[in-house]
Design a protein around this ligand. Sequence first.
Ligand code: FE2
Length: 277
Amino acid sequence: MLTSDQRAEYERDGFLVLSDFVSTDACDRLRARAEELVREFDPSVISIFSTHEQTRTSDDYFLESGDKIRFFFEENAFNSDGSLRQSKEHSINKIGHALHDLDPVFDQFSRTNGLKQLVADLGLANPLLLQSMYIFKQPRIGGEVTCHQDGTFLYTEPLSVIGLWFALEDATIENGCLWAIPGGHKLGLKSRFVRAENGGTRFDVFDNSPWSEENLLPLEVEKGTLIVLHPLLPHLSRENRSAKSRHAYTLHVIDAASRYPETNWLQRAADVPARGF
Ligand code: FE2
């Protein structure tokens, strides 16, 4: 799947941009399915808007989402009284985190020979599809994702997670494309996002130094592009203030031979373990 030059590029930069990796049709099918899921979603099932239990309930909804299909709103989606400022369809930030296991359209998109080959070329001979997200990056209210390493959120020993980021629409600086620090993956893991003993989550910080954000490079890519991310690569995406959405799908794959700590925020029930391709 990958040439030796491409593998060397991944080792050098910590990411790889593969244009035309998926067809326009495949992108459109995934998008249509995500929009259907949002239409079927009844926001009143999450009582996160009005009770004083807000933090607790939203924590649980998030923490239990590892083996489910759940819907998360943009932070700026609500009025002060808790009502949505715009339609439900334009308020969702993302869907996560087991789309690839529970939805047939996402399963088909995620489990391909091409992807299996690709991650094998990057060292994952025994891959497990751990987590998936459909990210909307809504027009005007699409929130920023601050600089992070995927190894912080999907930690294994040794580190193994490979991020597969699919552009389902053209991603530009204007609508909030990915930015990355080339070579930044050589600096080590800065933190881990874990479950706190008394509920909720916290960051265990190993290195408090700031990111060298002056070295960030925008990854403007066309629809159908796959960006492959090293577990230690610092990357972010900025707010989307534009009138265009920036839909993307991400899939995170780990090595079955690595240890997956039970303190990681994302957990799956024992009867629905992560599966391979
Ligand atoms: Fe990420």
